[in-house]
Design a protein around this ligand. Structure first.
Ligand SMILES: [Zn+2]
Length: 93
């Protein structure tokens, strides 16, 4: 089923409304993977690939291991620090 898009103002209005980051952050985690992919596909079809990625990224925050958009543990990797470097002691090294 397809329909012709007869009013480009509706497209501009749709992308403006769904282009609000706050809306994506609030709503995207509540959508299922299939739903956010459908919305992202529509946004890409309308020429808004960055906006589509925004919705997928906002959704992925709540995906768990095994879910389609799971991006891993968000815990940052901490670089180990050599305590002798912190002391700046030449004789210790
Ligand atoms: Zn997902």
């Amino acid at each position: 089923m397809s329909t012709l898009i007869t009013d480009s103002d509706d497209i501009i209005h749709f992308t403006a409304v769904f282009g609000q980051i706050d809306l994506a952050v609030d709503i995207a985690p509540k959508l299922g993977c299939t739903e956010v992919d459908a919305l992202a596909g529509l946004l890409r079809a309308l020429g808004e690939p960055a906006l589509a990625d925004t919705w997928v990224d906002a959704h992925a925050v709540d995906d768990e291991l095994g879910d389609r958009h799971y991006q891993g543990d968000p815990t940052p990797y901490l670089v180990p620090v050599d305590p002798m470097d912190v002391l700046q002691c030449d004789s210790c090294q």
